[in-house]
Design a protein around this ligand. Structure first.
Ligand SMILES: O=C(O)CCC(=O)C(=O)O
Ligand SMILES: [Fe+2]
Length: 350
């Protein structure tokens, strides 16, 4: 069991996370969390994100063309949008949120049992991203599950007792939403509705619950650095606190939380499959000094064995391939130094 002596948090690597720092009476953030000046989010420079589309999925089965067009336009223009009336019952969302909050309230010793820096550990508690490799850490802790395709025996945490059943329900519901979105995105590329589903092969999911406690010096830190997601598409629940920002051109836009909506963002592998038609959006999270924030990201990804490259049907003389074909697993481990190819590379801050 790791030591959680108060002094450890201030000198060594604060592996136990930011909640543990606060529980130990922290009043000023340690240097490790202070971002270089050019990486901080300057509130005055952030634009209002009211233009980020909000799409009503209620019409998906009746007025499909209009909804498909809205999803595809948003994915081309922004790479991020919100969906309402998506069919996931509020009780399923609330059950998931309650389970996650109770997990984070467990004593630190019980959470540290799951501590790992390996993204593909079945159940992982961690703080920031990979603390031992980071010079500037992010102000959040997270609980993450890796669900490989067809997995039968996931090693669920035993506490809270209801966590397994609420999370299973949530994962099933969100997977159905992801399937609808993939069919819409396929149609928007002029392909048959199952095309992306097939290209994903034996799809996988990483489910990550991000816990952002209040931060004593929010202007110096970030909850999450600017990044794009490395999977296929991400379906994100956020509570009502706010803090997520998305980049378009060279400006950041703040998303406004909508109760019971999901935020959908295109991730790298759909950008690659669509040969750049859909944009894998860069996004980041700011923190605040007053309120805890929770978000739950479902990263819906192609099979770890799928070869991901531009879909051949999208290529012709006017549309040459913009990306190299790449192996997903290789790609995800390179997420912070990633290349998509020589022409297109998002250099992400660390
Ligand atoms: O907390 C959020 O709003 C975003 C989380 C996120 O971007 C991620 O987990 O990749
Ligand atoms: Fe993300």
């Amino acid at each position: 069991m790791p030591s959680i002596a108060r002094s450890d948090y201030h000198k060594g690597l604060p592996k136990a996370g930011v909640k543990a720092l606060l529980d130990n009476g922290l009043t000023h953030i340690p240097d490790r969390y202070i971002k270089p000046i050019d990486k901080r989010a300057v509130a005055d420079e952030v634009l209002c994100g009211d233009g980020i589309p909000v799409i009503d999925m209620a019409e998906f089965f009746h007025n499909r063309k209009a909804v498909v067009d809205a999803i595809c336009d948003a994915s081309r223009e922004w790479g991020i949008f919100q969906i309402i009336n998506h069919g996931v019952p509020t009780s399923v969302i609330n059950g998931m949120v309650e389970g996650v909050l109770e997990f984070f309230e467990l004593p630190i010793e019980e959470k540290m049992v799951y501590y790992s820096e390996d993204v593909f550990t079945p159940v992982r508690y961690c703080t920031s991203m990979t603390p031992s490799k980071e010079t500037h850490m992010e102000w959040h802790d997270h609980l993450q599950h890796y669900f490989p395709h067809g997995e039968k025996n996931h090693p669920w945490p035993h506490k809270p007792a209801f966590y397994k059943s609420t999370t299973e329900k949530y994962v099933n519901s969100v997977s159905s939403v992801a399937k609808c979105l993939k069919s819409a995105l396929s149609e928007g590329l002029g392909l048959d509705p199952d095309h992306l589903e097939r290209a994903f092969g034996k799809h996988e999911m990483i489910l990550r619950s991000n816990y952002y406690p209040p931060c004593p010096n929010p202007e110096l830190a970030l909850g999450m650095n600017g990044h794009s997601d490395s999977g296929g598409l991400t379906i994100l629940f956020e509570d009502q606190v706010g803090g997520l920002q998305a980049k378009k051109g060279d400006r950041w836009y703040a998303l406004k939380p909508i109760r019971n909506a999901f935020i959908v963002n295109i991730a790298d592998q759909i950008e690659i499959l669509s040969n750049g038609k859909y944009k894998s959006v860069e996004h980041r999270v700011t923190v605040n000094s007053k309120r805890l924030r929770l978000s739950i990201a479902a990263f819906c990804s192609p099979s770890s064995e799928a070869l991901i490259g531009p879909i051949p049907e999208l290529l012709d003389e006017q549309h040459p391939p913009l990306y190299k074909t790449t192996l997903y697993r290789e790609h995800i481990t390179n997420v912070y130094t990633k290349y998509l190819d020589g022409k297109h590379s998002k250099n992400l801050e660390k």
